[in-house]
Design a binder for this molecule. Structure first.
Ligand code: FAD
Length: 525
């Protein structure tokens, strides 16, 4: 499946070049054309003959109920950012959201945001070493095994800081005065909003978007994308509202910001059978893939749909990614340690999410634990209140000594004590002979209590693959050309995070490309 993604990509490029000299009928004779036509036909188009003769399975509606300049599907980071920019450019922008509340995965997200700099230059002030756009880009490409498209990754890395500052200045976003280093990142660049949850960012962008006149319609599900044929621009959408079905004509553009498909068990299994239904999932119930399939049926290309990420530190029984579940992610740059049920380390804690998840699964003994101490809490962007709440919920287990903590976690005290003693020595030596973790001067020795433990286990978290877009956030068709008046941003797109998304990279991805999509959509005549 991954290979398919790669082949399609090179085929699309070839097709673009050759396409200059070929007419549409010739194109269909290429293996790409025939294969793609068969695929699209299975979803919705009658693609016999040439692309020019193609007609949709569903005829355009005879009458439209409403006309809107820019319609955006989805009210998460990507949709809100798109609406904000489209409205700022003077377009009437309306977000359609199928759920009864706004925000999708974005509003429940863990609140961590990767950016090499920020309004206050926190990394520099806190003496946490160097970083740059180039380093962020290189880490993102490497973290995804180089399946990410470099041009798109560069846009993410370049746009992350201006987007963060935009939310701070225009949306009133407040960030915690610390920066963390997370798995797969080689620098301290992960920021946390004061709320410690994605709502901090969604509220800031919603404020900007609504301030510019954008509107959000809840309980409005998009059930089809209207396009006359594969040579025409996107015409509109069909929606299901509590009052019945409606057809909305698009005057400028349609932006798909409908998120990933981690909750779509059938679709997950179709692209990656290894992501079995038994896995827990961190996502909201609306994270299903119908918009991606509708886009495919009007000719959109997709890539890398088999790349589906597990979050290694979810609550073991439910898969929920609550505030305590972000501590194992944020703490590693400050010396937090992962141990098995037997009290032993099993992985380099600064490794990528896929490496950590598969190391846990390989242990075959649920759950694993993160061990940290009070000194680390504020450094890693945590607060006393969060810790107190986590203890009350039974998520954080607190103890005065490592031996007492081992007893509470039901693991052999001598083994956990030995593990922590060794790790302390590795910090002092600046070298981890067991797992080769890059030890940094910012890491704290686990010598002084109180100590904490938190249980963690992998759950399905993020779909890296999705619709193919270009640098302007236009959706590309199976022949390699942009589909007129169709844009996409956020988790519904693919080709940015490659085989594995680095934690805290999704928020900037969604917001940066959402802004681009919104600004370009508003420019359509
Ligand atoms: C629990 C959790 C924690 C996370 N923490 C972080 C983090 O701290 N940092 C980070 O970088 N990333 C994190 N991620 C990933 C990140 O939050 C997501 O990738 C991001 O929120 C996706 O944003 P989006 O705008 O693309 O989609 P979403 O925020 O999911 O929004 C899409 C919206 O589209 C709606 N929709 C879908 N189909 C239709 C339809 N047919 N009609 C109408 N509406 C539709 C959905 O209901 C949804 O509201 C986390 C993810 C989860 C689940």
């Amino acid at each position: 499946m991954e290979k398919d993604g790669k082949n399609k990509s090179s085929s699309a490029t070839e097709t673009k070049k050759e396409g200059l000299a070929m007419n549409r009928r010739d194109l269909l004779k290429t293996s790409l054309g025939i294969g793609a036509v068969a695929a699209a036909g299975a979803f919705g188009f009658h693609l016999t003959g040439s692309k020019a003769e193609a007609a949709p399975l569903r005829q355009l509606p005879k009458k439209w109920d409403e006309e809107i300049d820019v319609v955006i599907v989805g009210s998460g980071f990507a949709g809100l950012a798109a609406a904000a920019e489209a409205a700022a450019a003077g377009a009437k922008a309306v977000i359609l959201e199928k759920m009864p509340t706004y925000g999708g995965n974005s509003i429940i997200n863990g609140g961590v945001y990767a950016s090499w700099d920020d309004e206050y230059h926190l990394r520099q002030k806190l003496n946490l070493g160097n970083d740059s756009v180039e380093q962020h880009k290189a880490d993102t490409l490497k973290g995804g095994d180089f399946y990410g498209i470099p041009d798109l990754v560069e846009i993410l890395a370049k746009g992350a800081t201006p987007a963060l500052n935009w939310m701070i200045k225009d949306g009133g976003l407040k960030i915690r005065q610390t920066v963390t280093r997370a798995g797969g990142h080689t620098a301290y660049r992960t920021h946390t909003c004061v709320e410690g949850v994605g709502r901090g960012y969604t509220e800031a962008i919603k404020k900007i978007a609504e301030g510019k006149g954008a509107k959000v319609r809840l309980g409005t599900e998009v059930t089809w994308i209207w396009r006359k044929d594969v040579n025409s621009p996107v015409a509109g959408v069909e929606v299901k509202t509590p009052k019945g079905k409606k057809n909305i004509k698009i005057k400028k553009a349609l932006i798909l910001a409908s998120g990933g498909f981690s909750r779509d068990i059938k679709m997950r299994a179709a692209f990656n059978p290894g992501i079995v239904p038994e896995f827990n999932c961190t996502n909201h119930p609306g994270a299903t893939g119908e918009m991606l399939r509708f886009a495919q049926s009007i000719g959109a290309d997709s890539l890398q749909l088999a790349f589906i990420q597990l979050y290694p530190f979810a609550e073991p029984e439910t898969g929920i990614l609550d505030t305590p579940a972000v501590y194992p992610f944020n703490g590693v740059g400050y010396g937090l340690v992962y141990v098995s049920k037997k009290g032993k380390r099993f992985v380099n804690e600064l490794e990528r999410r896929d490496v950590c998840s598969f190391a846990q699964i390989k242990l075959g003994d649920k759950p694993t634990y993160s061990i940290f101490n009070e000194q680390m809490v504020t450094k890693m962007g945590g607060t006393k209140e969060e810790v107190e709440k986590g203890i009350k919920k039974g998520r954080f287990i607190k103890a005065a000594t490592i031996a007492e903590l081992a007893g509470k976690l039901k693991m052999p005290a001598d083994v956990l004590q030995d593990t922590i003693k060794k790790h302390n020595q590795y910090i002092k030596d600046g070298k981890d002979p067991e797992y080769n973790k890059p030890m940094t001067k910012s890491m704290i020795l686990l010598e002084e209590g109180p100590f904490y433990g938190i249980a963690q286990w992998p759950a399905v978290h993020h779909t890296m693959g999705g619709l193919r877009i270009n640098k302007d956030a236009q959706v590309i068709d199976i022949w390699g050309a942009p589909i007129p008046r169709l844009y996409a941003a956020g988790e519904v797109t693919g080709g940015i995070h490659g085989s594995n998304r680095l934690g805290s990279n999704a928020i900037p991805d969604c917001i940066v490309f959402g802004r681009i999509a919104g600004a370009n959509a508003a420019k359509e005549k």
